[in-house]
Design a protein around this ligand. Structure first.
Ligand SMILES: *[C@@H]1O[C@H](CO)[C@@H](O)[C@H](O)[C@H]1NC(C)=O
Ligand SMILES: *[C@@H]1O[C@H](CO)[C@@H](O)[C@H](O)[C@H]1NC(C)=O
Ligand SMILES: *[C@@H]1O[C@H](CO)[C@@H](O)[C@H](O)[C@H]1NC(C)=O
Length: 165
C-alpha cells in the first residue's frame, strides 16, 4: 500500500523594511515578509507582505525560524480550535466572528506558534487588541490580504494533494 506523505509548506516570517514600498498601496507602517517554502528542499514558492500585530512575539529581520503551515480548524479560529498538526505550526486563519485576540488565544492553546490572519474583505487589515486581552500571547502574528489568504490555501491544497510517495 502506498503511503501518503503530505508534503508540507513552511513559512518564514521576517519583519521587513525593504517591503515597505511594496506594501504601501494597501496599508502603512512596518510589514512582515512571509516567505512560503516547500519542506522538500526549502525552495521558496512565494512571498507575501503582511502586517505585524500589536501583540505576540516581536518579529525582526534576522529570524530564521520556519513554521509548518496549516489551515486552522475551524478556519475562523473562534471557539475551540483543533490541536495543531505540528506543535508550533503557523495557522492560516480567516478574519471575522470573534476578536483578533480571541483567535490568537484559541490558536496558542491549540499549540500553534504563529497566526497568519487573512482579511475577509479587500484591502489590508491592521489588528488591534487591548493590553489585558493581549497579555500572555506569545505566538507570532501577521495579517494578510484576502487574496493572499486564498493563495496560501490553494498552495496548501496543492501540496497536500501532490504528496503521495
Ligand atoms: C529575532 O527573532 C529570533 C526568533 O524569533 C530571535 O531568536 C532573535 O534573538 C531575534 N533577534 C533580535 C536581534 O531581536
Ligand atoms: C461568521 O458567521 C457567519 C454566520 O454564522 C458565517 O456565515 C460566516 O461564514 C462566519 N465567518 C467566518 C469567517 O467564519
Ligand atoms: C479588553 O478586552 C476585553 C475583551 O474584549 C474586555 O472584556 C475588557 O473590558 C477590555 N479592557 C479594556 C481596558 O478595554
Amino acid at each position: 500500500m502506498a503511503v501518503v506523505v503530505p508534503r508540507a509548506l513552511l513559512a518564514l516570517l521576517l519583519l521587513s523594511v525593504s517591503g515597505l514600498v511594496a506594501a504601501q498601496r494597501d496599508c502603512y507602517g512596518a510589514v512582515v515578509e512571509v516567505t512560503v517554502l516547500s519542506d522538500d528542499d526549502s525552495t521558496p514558492l512565494d512571498a507575501f507582505y503582511g502586517y505585524p500585530g500589536p501583540f505576540g512575539m516581536a518579529l525582526n529581520d534576522t529570524a530564521t525560524e520556519q513554521y509548518p503551515v496549516a489551515v486552522a480548524d475551524p478556519v475562523n479560529a473562534c471557539g475551540k480550535v483543533a490541536q495543531a498538526p505540528t506543535p508550533g505550526a503557523a495557522a492560516v486563519v480567516a478574519r471575522g466572528n470573534c476578536s483578533f485576540a480571541d483567535k490568537a488565544w484559541a490558536l496558542q492553546r491549540a499549540g500553534y506558534g504563529a497566526m497568519l490572519l487573512f482579511n475577509n474583505e479587500e484591502e489590508c487589515v491592521l489588528m488591534s487588541a487591548n493590553r489585558t486581552e493581549a497579555q500572555g500571547l506569545t505566538l507570532a502574528v501577521a495579517s494578510l490580504t484576502q487574496e493572499t489568504g486564498a493563495l496560501l490555501q490553494q498552495l496548501l491544497a496543492e501540496h497536500a494533494a501532490g504528496g503521495s510517495a
